[in-house]
Design a protein around this ligand. Structure first.
Ligand code: ARG
Length: 466
């Protein structure tokens, strides 16, 4: 058992089972680089404010830098009895520089330290996720552009409704993932606040300079209330809810790929390299990647629920319950990154069966609304036109024909307003290209939406460059 930095008032050693139960090192060791970077900035601030001497601070900084190398080379010895990454690094610093190491924790507590580490970790991961989503949206837009002439049925209630361009369908996902980027960028602002200097909960008696630490660590803002700073996990909850919404989008897209790759739809073929087979049925090619993305979405929702529930009854300020936040947070970060990465690779490899999609869009009375529009254009009230077109559909169903397969005489029997030009009016391409209302599926609208998306993506990419 190692000596603990807090054991001065304890007469008995901690029970081994308690050490194992309370330890979080298995989870939070991944915060090591942020913990070290934060401690180095803290040392610099302590020297600047003359709380530590320059020599003491530089000794501590050298020690911390050595520890970073030891951890990266796998030479650092982690000790479960030292609870967490913060105490492990502090103990490592004692091994490196001796007694001076004990000065590192001046004007600081693990409560503001852990809040700092998680914020630094999450700000990195959030910008990484945003960049990956930008790349993925580029792939969506590119796929839409290269398949601009592909038509498929649009559905409501999973019933064929009206024909749409595949590009329009794909651009719907572009919109969803763009909102995810907006949400994460907004959430980033609230992650990017420095809690260090709040100490245990009430602030500190030392003449610290929090703005200096913030400047060193690239935080544009310091937190305003020490009690809030050590007990706030809103930024984690916000991230987890943004991640959950993003996973909803991945899961819905997955569901469509799963349906579309079935023989019932036959709209797409998944690349062999991204599908798996069955150990018993030789003919099977399963959409496991999409299924797992859909499945992992449940885990991400669970992570959000876990943190919300963990926080909901906690009195101010820090409570040890909060140590559990990292298990959920890391799980969601890993899942979200892996899902974006796998789809960035898989989407361009999906084979689209243009003929199958068009075939499906040409049957099932997807132009029935347009027959009603045709009549309305010729002066009939829309409600009446709807009824008239409905009768035509019903008669066509009885004859196992499509509307445009009915003879002109038959069509005229539903309304004398119908003439020969109805056939071109009902043609699938015309049905699509007449939907020119802003946001509609007409080819020229979709081409414009693609252009606008390309411009926004260019701006976002250039934004990253500065
Ligand atoms: N391992 C702890 C956590 O992750 C660090 C903070 C511990 N603070 C304390 N007062 N025990 O929450």
């Amino acid at each position: 058992m190692s000596e603990k930095p807090w054991d001065g008032r304890f007469a008995e050693a901690t029970d081994r089972s308690v050490e194992a139960f309370t330890s979080s090192i298995e989870i939070d060791h991944r915060l090591y680089s942020y913990d070290i970077e934060g401690s180095i900035a803290h040392c610099r601030m302590l020297a600047k404010t003359s709380i530590l001497s320059e020599q003491e601070a530089s000794l501590l900084i050298q020690g911390l830098e050595k520890i970073k190398i030891e951890i990266e080379q796998g030479r650092f010895e982690f000790d479960e009895s030292l609870e967490d990454i913060h105490m492990n690094i502090e103990a490592g610093l004692v091994r490196q520089v001796g007694k001076t190491a004990h000065k590192l924790h001046t004007a600081r507590s693990r409560n503001d330290q852990v809040a700092l580490d998680v914020r630094m970790y999450l700000r990195d991961r959030t910008s990484m996720i945003i960049q990956k989503l930008i790349d993925f949206r580029k792939i969506i837009v590119h796929t839409a552009k290269t398949h601009i002439d592909v038509i498929l049925p649009g559905y409501t209630h999973l019933q064929r409704a009206q024909p749409v361009l595949l590009a329009h369908h794909l651009m719907a996902y572009y919109e969803m993932f763009s909102r995810d980027v907006d949400r994460l960028s907004d959430c980033f602002k609230r992650i990017n606040v420095l809690p260090l200097g709040s100490a245990a909960l009430a602030g500190t008696t030392y003449p610290i300079d929090r703005n200096y630490t913030a400047m060193l660590l690239g935080f544009p803002k310091v937190s305003d209330n020490s009690m809030d700073s050590v007990s706030d996990r809103d930024f984690i909850i916000e991230f987890l809810s943004s991640a959950s919404i993003c996973m909803v989008h991945f899961s819905r897209m997955s569901e469509e790929f799963i349906l579309w790759s079935s023989s019932e739809f036959g709209f797409i073929e998944l690349p062999d390299s991204f599908a798996t087979g069955s150990s018993i049925m030789p003919q099977k090619k399963n959409p496991d990647v999409s299924e797992l993305v859909r499945g992992k979405t449940g885990r991400v929702f669970g992570d959000l629920m876990a943190v919300l529930t963990m926080m909901k009854s906690l009195p101010l300020t820090y409570n040890r319950d909060m140590q559990e936040d990292k298990t959920s947070l890391f799980d969601t970060v890993d899942i979200l990154i892996s899902c974006i990465d796998i789809y960035r690779k898989m989407l361009p490899k999906i084979k689209i069966d243009k003929e199958a999609m068009l075939r499906a869009a040409s049957r099932g009375y997807l132009n029935a609304t347009d027959l009603a529009d045709y009549l309305a254009n010729r002066g009939m009230a829309f409600r009446e036109a709807h009824g008239c077109a409905g009768k035509a559909v019903s008669s066509a169903i009885g004859q196992k024909k499509e509307l445009h397969e009915l003879s002109i005489a038959e069509l005229k029997s539903f309304s004398s307003l119908i003439s020969e030009d109805v056939y071109t009016f009902l043609a699938t391409e015309q049905v699509i290209n007449r939907r020119k209302s802003y946001g509609g599926t007409a080819c020229e609208n979709v081409a414009a939406a693609i252009k606008a998306a390309e411009n926004r993506l260019r701006e976002e990419t250039e934004g990253r460059a500065d």
